[in-house]
Write a protein that binds this ligand. Structure first.
Ligand code: ADP
Ligand code: MG
Length: 604
């Protein structure tokens, strides 16, 4: 007896629905994407009970003929591709022809639709894949789909839905992903008769502001910097926030060819571009739109997945990082927190009190009237405002932790460190009484910063001390690492590595810098290569910094190591001689002040 048979459509559709429609949000996404594919200029979304009871999408797109309306709910019925080849030139959002079939398998659907050329429209009602009604009707041009009682026939799925609050949040998230790409389409979103979003036609910036420019989301387009790079491989456009507008909870959006995507690797590129500019747990908000030949990305992905594979991710990583850096560069030459010429603001104007300049730039000599981070009013040139022309004022200096930290001119003076008592706390921190309170220094980061500066100097003088290895080690590398190695080899030798290419994919290491002689050189070298690659160093100065930094991290005293008072004093003295000692080059805090004021307050 034959045992293989075809599943009835209704069953097959339910199975497909499990993939495509997991929750109200995925249903909404499919419906709105269909409306966009249909060329709609105005799309209304009406939701009840976070989509459990009702999800309705009304559009003014091209509509469907009577036959197409019926066909649209069949599996693999699509007007968007005809043959496999079409997949590679895809410019519509849908293409699988699965969504409507899946939705009608697990809900009660009522649709009215009409094309401009037809006098009457079509009404179609389908419950769990069964057509219960199809008749002519009068309706406007476009399509109106009502999906009621989602999962009415799949109790397990219904049970899996989260609270209304969570499902509504999912709906909105999905909605944002779409509307951010279509500012030329007007949208409304109504939930339980309340208009949650009313998005008129506008520019991308206006759309972003309409969604996120509120106290809850805190993303204002006045703090944006434009990113704009066109290369043969990819066009990258969009906006990133100025460093001082970064927050702990940021809005981070990537889009590729009009689709939202998640991309942890590209996120890293952006974070790297900001390195050294943000406090520890702060994040930049960004909205980045990639345009790329569809053949260079993997389109035939799962409909609910938002991760997209690019053909040449490393190159795009570099381009992205460079364009964000360039965009930020325009704003970091001048100090990042600027004065406001009028209005109420916490930072005083340089009138009668000395004003502390934030010291956040890499080049402390840039500002001509910059004396140890403090500006004295008599030294400020009269036309000082012109220095800040073109820099928009940030509306949010409310970030106390950040600004006090950045504004603190000098935490420690050499003469204080000479004689004061020092404590080690928790095997991690050195406590130093300073002029404005107790300075807490992270021992590992402090040592790494000191070493990094030393290594950089050794690199520039090519005088790293080398120690021969008794047994040479072999470092095996991937192809791209071999290329990198070729680039930075001379600098590795300058700092004390003795290495030689052994085969097309390996190097032998015969000697190491004496500072790291006690460690296995392989992880250190691997770490250096990773840093250089990830941070995208492409000038000698940049990769030298990465080499020095990576070596310093490997060689610095670890957490948990007990230090004598003299060791601590020596370290602190060296640390405060560095031009920038409060933060490491990657933005991590090295020294932090527990201020007098704060200490007093605790005993008030
Ligand atoms: P896909 O979008 O992958 O083609 P769907 O199941 O989502 O598959 O839709 C099937 C077809 O129904 C579409 O190809 C399109 O021709 C038609 N369709 C769906 N929604 C609309 C709409 N809102 N307006 C006009 N046509 C639509
Ligand atoms: Mg579709």
């Amino acid at each position: 007896m034959d045992i293989i048979h075809l599943l009835p459509d209704s069953v097959a559709n339910q199975i497909a629905a499990g993939e495509v429609i997991q929750r109200p949000a995925s249903c909404l996404k499919e419906l709105v994407e269909n409306s966009l594919d249909a060329g709609a200029k105005r799309i209304q979304v009406i939701v009840r009970d976070a989509g459990r009871t009702l999800l309705q999408v009304i559009d003014d797109g091209v509509g469907m003929s009577e036959t197409d309306a019926r066909l649209a709910f069949e599996r693999h019925a699509t007007s968007k591709i005809r043959e496999a080849q079409d997949l590679f030139s895809l410019r519509t959002m849908g293409f699988r022809g699965e969504a409507l079939a899946s939705i009608c398998a697990v809900a009660q659907v009522e649709m009215t639709t009409r094309r401009a050329e037809d006098e009457t429209g079509t009404l179609l009602e389908i419950h769990g894949s069964d057509v219960v009604r199809q008749e002519p009707c009068s309706c406007p041009v476009g399509t109106n789909i009502k999906v009621s009682n989602l999962f009415f026939n799949v109790p397990v799925r219904r049970k899996f839905l989260k609270t209304d609050q969570t499902e509504l949040r999912n709906l909105l998230t999905e909605f944002y992903h779409i509307v951010l790409v279509y500012p030329k389409v007007a949208f409304t979103f109504v939930h339980n008769d309340e208009i949650l979003l009313e998005l008129p036609v506008g520019t991308e910036k206006q759309r972003i502001e309409a969604i996120f420019g509120n106290p809850k989301r805190n993303v204002y387009t006045s703090s944006f910097v434009d990113v704009n790079t066109e290369t043969e491989m990819v066009t990258i456009r969009g906006f990133v926030v100025k460093p001082e507008s970064a927050t702990k909870k940021a809005e981070q959006y990537f889009f590729v060819n009009g689709r939202y995507m998640r991309h942890p690797y590209f996120l890293k590129a952006i974070q790297t571009a900001y390195s050294g500019m943000l406090p520890n747990d702060y994040q930049p908000s960004f909205f980045i739109y990639f345009d790329i030949d569809p053949e260079a990305i993997d389109v035939n992905i799962h409909p609910t997945k938002t991760e997209i594979k690019f053909a040449d991710e490393q190159t795009i990583f570099q381009i992205l990082m460079a364009s964000v850096r360039e965009a930020l560069g325009k704003f970091t030459l001048a100090p990042q927190i600027d004065f406001e010429t009028s209005g109420n603001i916490d930072i005083p104007l340089p009138t009668d009190t000395p004003v502390q300049r934030p010291q956040v730039t890499v080049d402390p000599t840039y500002n001509p009237f910059h004396t140890r981070g403090v500006i004295y009013p008599d030294k400020a040139p009269r036309n000082w405002e012109t220095l800040y022309e073109g820099l928009q004022h940030t509306d949010r200096l409310a970030d106390r932790t950040q600004s006090t930290d950045l504004l603190e001119p000098e935490l420690l003076r050499a003469e204080d460190v000479e004689s004061c008592a020092l404590w080690q706390y928790d095997g991690r921190y050195i406590l130093v009484p300073g002029t404005h309170g107790i300075v807490i220094i992270n021992q590992h980061r402090a040592h790494a910063a000191v070493l990094c500066a030393q290594y950089l100097e050794q690199l520039s003088l090519a005088q790293g001390a080398m120690q021969q290895l008794l047994f040479p080690e072999v470092l095996s590398l991937a192809q791209d690492e071999m290329v990198l190695m070729g680039q930075i080899k001379e600098d590795l030798q300058a700092i004390g590595f003795d290495l030689e290419q052994l085969s097309p994919d390996s190097y032998s290491i015969q000697g190491v810098p004496s500072q790291i002689a006690t460690q296995s050189p392989l992880p250190v070298l691997q770490h250096i290569l990773n840093q250089v690659r990830e941070r995208g160093a492409d000038t000698q100065r940049e990769w030298r910094e990465q080499i020095a930094q990576a070596m310093a991290e490997s060689a610095a005293i670890p957490y948990g190591k007990a230090l004598t008072e003299e060791e601590m004093r020596d370290l602190v003295k060296r640390l405060i001689q560095l031009p920038q000692y409060k933060r490491a080059s990657d933005g991590k805090i090295i020294a932090s002040l527990l201020s007098d004021e704060e200490i007093r307050r605790r005993f008030a």
